[in-house]
Design a protein around this ligand. Structure first.
Ligand SMILES: [Zn+2]
Ligand SMILES: [Zn+2]
Length: 830
């Protein structure tokens, strides 16, 4: 019995696909377009099967779409700048450029081995000058639009990566890349004004119907828009006031104290007026030092200090004490809050600690208040609030806001959690920021015609930790003539966050070699939004938010004709082994090379697609891998055993009413399988259930072949070949080498991927069908498979329009047509 020779077959087809350019885009094609995009990876080195999952899902999807008749764009590139490459290069003591090149070569080899095909003529690599020239161009565009600006601020500093990070790169107070607790530093840095697009980024989420709900929710929460009131509290004994923002103006009568951030300018000013000046000053310094060393973030404290000052509650007229405490952050809101301890848990704990007044102003109608044990944060009736008593708290929000506005001490406003995107990095391996600092002109942008600002090759690229980039030590790079006045000036020596590189790469694939423009406007307008984007959920906020921002910016500039880049998003689950995510550091990786050598790439692909819904995590199971291999071998053997009949083209169509019962069952099962598999794949790529259906069909085929007399040209041979033909085409996206080989052995000359998917006939798909007997003058003339419960009128039509009936009737007009539902139609003629 011949075994499926996977090694030989896989190599053969990989070479043919490369030679014929299987996925090479025909940009002039008239077919409907399908842009299938995988998130381009960091060239991190060798991939294990866990990494392989999303590429395999993407490849199966691309092949499927091609077989549905789309003109396919399936490109691949490299997110090649950034910390991963640089850290690895430092660790291995080679230059990041070489490290990146070597890894790209390795990963390309792996894609080929897995049967994962891309249009490599469109490859983009973000660390190449012909690419990052346009990343710098994008920065200049943002700058000229007033959306790239420099600001001195407290920023997130990773002491291990020795660079600043964007807020989005800080997860639970730790560096997104290396999990080191973040410190704060005060530095002057470049920011991109993503907040300008906050409303659009939020509102246009509603249109992303084909995005996973959890990604939408994460973005919504990250932007976190809140409507509220910005209000003023006069500071007693001064002519100054404190500004604060609240979403709950309805609780104003419960504001019994105020708290400012240690960094708030009033904290130092009020301290200076206090008889305890020294003591307060010392505490402020300590709070700030703790915060900047990262302590304050990891151990949020309820500590605070009275500033010996009072503000006036503008509604009650009462004097309320002003405290300073690190739990109020300068970066959020105004750096000062009105504290309502009865209705805010943090304020409640603070009030308890310092024995401050807690005044209930909202009482739930059902008596479910959590006071006096904890703050009550829900809605209810307003109490203890003078003219607002008895109002529903939701109405009171508007009434109090109007009162503030009428008195000119507050205004309705919108607040966001989203902050501007900090893009300066004090690291070598990135696109240099195309700006110049001139002693007489200040900050001057590099001329567009002078791009790219090349990243110098030879430099001590190790991070320094003093807040300066390694590029600062490179005299030749640093010194430059000012683009404005020509005088001696210095280049900006920071590089850009690598997420700037990846914020626009999907536009570049349409014209990857154009050296006079970043992207071809006409082509991107035709091919975008991306039809299907596939990648990890870890980018839900970072990459996906930034890419949406940049596209909205380009749209606002009239440079692209769409404002959302990705119509449909799919985020695949992880591959786990022994209950934890497969990773090199956990020592639980499965090497694809060994697996492929033993069982073949198609087995690996089939297993990965079969082992669970693609959006869920899967647990690696060696036995199940073997099971997939056995399945392929069974199909292979079935073909070899019946090569003589399956390998022969079917002559003439299959006439259902001439089939035996056994043949009909297989014929119907084939239609059912086609219908089921196409629907499963179309429905969020549930390859797993599609593969089960294929396995079911193959079992039916095997038992059919064991019992039926399959002679060349017989109905049995036709039914078996029909089933085989469908099975091979349906499996092709999952097991491409295997299917190509069998397709060829069935006598076809072209690639199976130039074929269409088989189509199911609805009438045979319905599991509940019956054979309608068609009689003429009570003599059986034909049988047709129809869905059970078909209406009498329709049965009549089916019978009268049947080819054989028409022939027999010729020009005779039926005198009477008798229909017995679910059974027969008898046509009476004279
Ligand atoms: Zn780090
Ligand atoms: Zn100048």
């Amino acid at each position: 019995m011949s075994k499926y020779p996977h090694g030989e077959i896989e190599k053969k087809w990989q070479a043919i696909w490369a030679e014929t350019g299987l996925f090479r885009l025909d940009i002039r094609s008239a077919r409907p377009k399908y842009y299938c995009l995988m998130m381009f990876p960091y060239p991190s080195g060798e991939l294990h099967v866990g990494h392989g999952r999303n590429y395999i899902i993407g490849d199966a999807l691309a092949r499927f779409k091609k077989m549905e008749g789309y003109e396919l764009l399936a490109p691949m590139g490299w997110d090649a700048f950034g910390l991963p490459a640089e850290n690895a290069a430092i660790q291995h003591d080679i230059h990041p450029a070489k490290w990146t090149r070597d890894n790209i070569a390795k990963m390309k080899r792996q894609f080929i081995d897995w049967g994962v095909v891309y249009d490599w003529t469109r490859e983009v690599t973000s660390c190449q000058p012909e690419y990052y020239k346009w990343t710098q161009w994008l920065f200049l565009k943002l700058y000229h639009a007033g959306l790239a600006y420099r600001k001195a601020a407290s920023v997130n500093w990773c002491p291990s990566c020795k660079t600043v990070l964007a807020n989005e790169q800080v997860i639970d107070g730790q560096c997104e890349r290396c999990c080191t607790p973040i410190e704060e530093r005060y530095l002057e840095q470049w920011f991109l004004k993503i907040t300008e697009f906050a409303d659009k980024l939020l509102e246009e989420l509603d249109g992303l119907k084909e995005w996973p709900e959890r990604v939408i929710t994460m973005q919504r929460n990250w932007i976190d828009r809140s409507f509220g009131v910005q209000m003023e509290f006069r500071i007693k004994g001064t002519d100054r006031s404190l500004q604060c923002f609240t979403t709950r103006p309805d609780t104003i009568y419960g504001a019994t104290f105020m708290v400012v951030s240690p960094e708030h300018p009033e904290a130092a000013r009020l301290a200076a007026r206090s008889p305890r000046q020294k003591e307060i000053r010392r505490a402020l310094d300590q709070f700030i030092a703790d915060k900047r060393s990262g302590k304050a973030r990891t151990e949020p404290s309820k500590e605070g200090l009275f500033l010996d000052a009072y503000a006036e509650n503008p509604m009650t007229g009462e004097d309320i004490p002003i405290y300073v405490a690190p739990y109020v952050l300068m970066e959020y809101g105004t750096g000062a809050i009105m504290a309502v301890p009865a209705h805010d848990q943090r304020d409640f704990e603070f009030a308890q600690r310092y024995q401050l007044q807690i005044r209930e102003v909202i009482r739930p109608a059902d008596g479910s208040s959590t006071l006096p044990h904890a703050a009550y944060v829900g809605e209810g009736l307003i109490v203890n609030s003078g003219p607002f008593d008895g109002l529903d708290s939701r109405d009171a929000i508007q009434r109090v806001a109007s009162e503030f506005e009428a008195r000119g001490i507050g205004r309705r406003t919108v607040n966001y959690r989203l902050r501007d995107w900090l893009v300066s990095r004090q690291r070598y391996w990135g696109a240099p920021i195309p700006m110049v600092h001139c002693p007489s002109c200040g900050v001057v942008p590099v001329d567009e015609k002078d791009l790219p600002v090349l990243l110098p090759e030879v430099v001590d690229f190790r991070p320094r930790g003093d807040g300066k980039s390694p590029l600062a030590t490179n005299e030749k790079f640093r010194t430059v003539a000012c683009p404005k006045c020509g005088g001696p000036a210095e280049r900006d020596t920071d590089t850009m966050d690598t997420f700037v590189d990846s914020s626009w790469y999907f536009l570049r694939y349409l014209s990857p070699h154009a050296d006079e423009k970043p992207f071809d406007r006409e082509l991107v307008n035709r091919w975008l939004p991306v039809d299907q984007y596939v990648g990890g959920v870890e980018h839900a906020i970072l990459h996906l938010l930034y890419a949406r921002f940049i596209v909205k910016f380009l749209h606002a500039q009239g440079l692209v004709g769409f404002s959302e880049p990705f119509a449909r998003l799919f985020t695949q689950g992880m591959v786990c082994k022994d209950g934890i995510k497969m990773s090199k550091s956990k020592g639980n990786v499965v090497s694809p090379d060994t697996l492929i050598a033993r069982l073949g790439a198609d087995t690996m692909r089939l297993y990965i697609l079969f082992s669970g819904p693609p959006e869920r995590d899967i647990e690696w199971n060696d036995e199940s891998v073997e099971g997939c291999h056995r399945f392929l071998n069974r199909v292979w053997r079935l073909f070899c055993e019946h090569n003589d009949v399956i390998g022969q083209a079917i002559t003439g169509a299959i006439k259902y009413d001439t089939l035996s019962e056994n043949e009909r069952v297989l014929f119907r099962k084939t239609h059912w399988t086609i219908d089921r598999m196409l629907a499963d794949i179309a429905d969020n790529f549930h390859f797993n259930t599609a593969i089960s259906a294929a396995m079911e069909l193959s079992n039916n085929m095997t038992s059919f072949a064991e019992t039926a007399a399959i002679t060349p040209g017989s109905n049995a041979a036709k039914a078996l070949r029909f089933a085989f033909d469908a099975l091979i085409r349906l499996l092709a996206p999952m097991t491409p080498h295997f299917s190509e080989e069998l397709w060829q052995r069935m006598g076809h000359t072209g690639s199976i991927f130039d074929e269409r998917m088989p189509q199911a006939d609805a009438c045979y798909v319905t599991r509940e069908t019956f054979d309608l007997v068609i009689q003429i003058n009570s003599k059986i003339r034909a049988r047709v498979c129809v869905p059970a419960g078909t209406a009498a009128e329709e049965l009549r039509e089916i019978a009268l329009s049947h080819q054989r009936v028409k022939e027999l009737l010729a020009d005779k007009h039926p005198q009477q047509v008798i229909v017995i539902p679910n059974k027969l139609v008898n046509i009476v003629v004279r």
